[in-house]
Ligand binder design. Structure first.
Ligand SMILES: *Cc1c(COP(=O)(O)O)cnc(C)c1O
Length: 443
């Protein structure tokens, strides 16, 4: 029996899509990394995020071995999936981290990622966040504006730290890779990074400050990039900029940080293979003595996660058929927020003919869909589906909209499964609230 749904337009290599996730069809029943998805649904309920550990490890090793010839460090972009069990797995592999808040800093600390392997990115770091970052001895605080440098100068002036704070400058290389406009970050007219001219001025200010040291020049082009060429072009621009540095900063820059954004297979994409990426970058870096830093998020965890959901109803409206499931846009925002397309497959294949349907959730919004015009066999209420490739920007973007509890997260490793985070309860959703805010004495 074929993967009926996966013969839909847009899915060229169904076997590869399943393999990326550690999914195996055995006698029509879908297993993941040696565990039964039906058993997980029966034990833990639906909706539920399910991750397989081994594909995450495989992706990390694939990247590390592709870059083996180049001195490098992999900083996992925590925002893609910040669940402690996922961070712990990456910590055990020796990953560093790219963080964007002190909340994420605390997560990586608890997961056991050494703080001197942590890069702090983001356009809007607050004074309190910079204080914590400086005190934590991070690998690099990546600055995104002169204003942020001024604030950091004030913060370090007030500390008695022995070692200078290591900083990077995020340059906007003005390259426009082809991706969705919400996830393009490396061209002018976006809020990210500074121009080369501004970077040069910032670099000489940093060089003149004994409490700061410029260690890296950074960029991040955007997300879900499939072509290595923009990384090579960006690396060239960062190296040109390094040549133009003057003063102490010229000597102290020891790394270039090419960011993340390595694209994965959602449907028929040809993923950005680490070997192709390394082949494009290595010649540019050879002989420079610089260390390469990369910050993949989606690439490491995206394919390794599925969202397990149960069909509630089938209904027709006009010419459309809707399959209403128990997962919604609050659980998985990507389809409605980015018009992202995810393959959806039946857990138990029953060989029924397929037809295009909209797969929608219970939230009161027309934008609440998981898939539009997706080929799906005629599934009936009570049956299980999985949404593929939701390990990145899945749970991490989930909300409590409509006062819906966020789903549990389940990890599968060595054929066994365990709860990494339980399903929220209704009490969790209200525990910080006050019915009578004026009656409370607490500030
Ligand atoms: C989001 C982000 C990343 C990771 O992006 P992915 O597409 O998940 O690889 C890396 N670096 C920075 C600065 C980011 O903002």
């Amino acid at each position: 029996m074929g993967e009926s749904v996966l013969t839909a337009p847009g899915v060229a290599d169904a076997a590869a899509l399943l393999r990326d996730a550690g999914l195996v069809r055995d006698g029509g029943r879908l297993g993941m990394a040696g565990a039964s998805l039906e058993a997980i649904a029966a034990r833990i309920g639906t909706p539920a995020y399910v991750y397989a550990a081994e594909p995450i490890r495989a992706r990390y090793r694939e990247l590390a071995s592709a870059f083996a010839e180049i001195p490098h460090r992999i900083h996992y972009a925590v925002k893609a999936n910040s669940t402690l069990a996922v961070l712990g797995l990456l910590a055990d592999l020796g990953a560093g981290a790219d963080i964007v808040s002190v909340g994420e800093l605390e997560r990586v600390r608890r997961a056991g990622i050494p703080l001197d392997q942590v890069v702090f990115s983001g356009v809007g770091k607050t004074e309190a966040e910079l204080e914590v970052a400086v005190a934590s001895g991070l690998s690099s605080i990546n600055l995104e504006s002169t204003g942020e440098l001024e604030l950091l100068e004030r913060v370090v002036a007030g500390t008695g730290a022995a070692a200078p704070a290591r900083v990077g400058i995020r340059i906007n290389p003005d390259l426009s890779p082809v991706t969705h406009p919400y996830i393009t970050t490396g061209s002018t007219g976006t809020k990210f990074g500074v121009t080369p001219a501004e970077a040069l001025a910032m670099a000489s200010r940093i060089g003149a400050n004994p409490r700061l040291v410029l260690t890296s020049l950074a960029m991040h082009l955007g997300s879900q990039l499939l072509d290595p060429a923009p990384y090579r072009d960006g690396a060239v621009r960062l190296l040109e900029l390094r040549e133009r540095l003057t003063g102490r900063s010229r000597e102290t820059v020891s790394a270039i940080d090419l960011g993340g954004g390595f694209g994965i297979r959602y449907l028929d994409e040809q993923p950005l293979e680490p070997a192709r990426l390394a082949a494009a970058i290595a010649p540019v870096l050879r002989g420079t003595g610089l260390e390469l830093h990369v910050e993949p998020g989606r690439f490491l965890v995206g394919s390794a996660g599925v969202l397990l959901t149960r069909v509630l109803y089938r209904k027709r409206s006009g010419r459309k058929t809707f399959v209403v499931v128990d997962a919604a846009m609050n659980d998985l925002l990507r389809p409605s927020h980015y018009q992202a397309r995810h393959a959806v497959v039946e857990v138990v294949e029953r060989g029924r003919p397929s037809a295009p349907v909209d797969i929608v959730g219970p939230v009161c919004e027309s934008g609440d869909f998981l898939a539009i015009d997706q080929e799906l066999p005629g599934v009936e209420p009570g049956e299980l589906l999985v949404v593929l490739c939701v390990g990145a920007y899945g749970y991490a973007m989930a909300s409590n909209y409509n006062t819906r509890a966020r789903p549990p997260e389940v990890m599968i490793d060595r054929g066994r499964f365990a709860i990494a985070r339980p399903r929220e309860t209704i009490d969790h959703l209200m525990w910080l609230e006050r019915r009578d805010p004026f009656a409370d004495e607490a500030p």
